[in-house]
Design a protein around this ligand. Structure first.
Ligand SMILES: [Cu+2]
Length: 209
């Protein structure tokens, strides 16, 4: 649009026999109007494409909560619930890795998983090699390490029914990034995962989100 305005400006300037002062005034006004419209449309594009959090199910918010530890065997106790009050594919009311659990390297995890939702769900510990689950089968996105409420052969189709719970222990965990995700086909892709970070920089286990 700016280039069009310049072209129009030049054409008007080059025209002979027209009052030059009047021509310049008109050309200037046209250029200002076209430039303003360009700026406004660019600003509108940016405001429309700005990232928002409105698609995420919010839990308790970005607060940091210390997790309980069994000191004798350095085991972090984690309780994850599929709430019936939140979206179908939630974990503790969160989704899409909104919840992040931080564990010191060399600690184990004891995960209690409770399903309150009407669909069957399970929980699989994945040492992921993609940033987010992007396949129906979690095995496509990393190494599967632990199965809660299901088995290594049935995790894509079978989990806990509403009202059931299961507990599993795994560890000690090596430094890396992991997910605790529902293994049933498509559920993790639909947002049903929690991030787990195992790091030498963490001394006290905690959760955010
Ligand atoms: Cu599920």
């Amino acid at each position: 649009m700016f280039i069009n305005a310049l072209t129009a400006f030049n054409m008007i300037i080059m025209k002979k026999g027209v009052s030059s002062t009047f021509t310049y005034v008109i050309a200037f006004i046209v250029a200002v109007v076209v430039l303003s419209a360009s700026i406004i449309s660019i600003m509108q594009f940016h405001s429309l494409s700005a990232p928002t959090n409105t698609t995420q199910t919010t839990g308790s918010g970005p607060s940091k909560v210390t997790l309980p530890v069994i000191a004798s065997n350095k085991t972090v106790q984690i309780t994850l619930v599929v709430l019936s009050s939140a979206s179908t594919f939630n974990i503790n009311g969160t989704s899409f890795g909104q919840m992040v659990i931080y564990i010191p390297a060399g600690y184990s995890i004891e995960v209690t998983f409770i399903n309150q939702e009407s669909l069957q769900h399970n929980l699989v510990l994945v040492m992921n090699d993609t940033p987010t689950p992007n396949a129906a089968d979690l095995a496509s996105d990393g190494k599967l390490l632990m199965f809660v409420g299901t088995s290594s052969s049935a995790y894509t189709i079978q989990g806990l029914s509403s009202g059931q719970s299961a507990t599993e222990v795994y560890g000690p965990l090596q430094v890396g990034t992991y997910w605790l995700a529902c293994g049933i086909s498509g559920h993790a892709e639909s947002g049903m995962w929690v991030d787990l970070v195992v790091s030498n920089n963490v001394t006290t286990p905690y959760v955010v989100g």
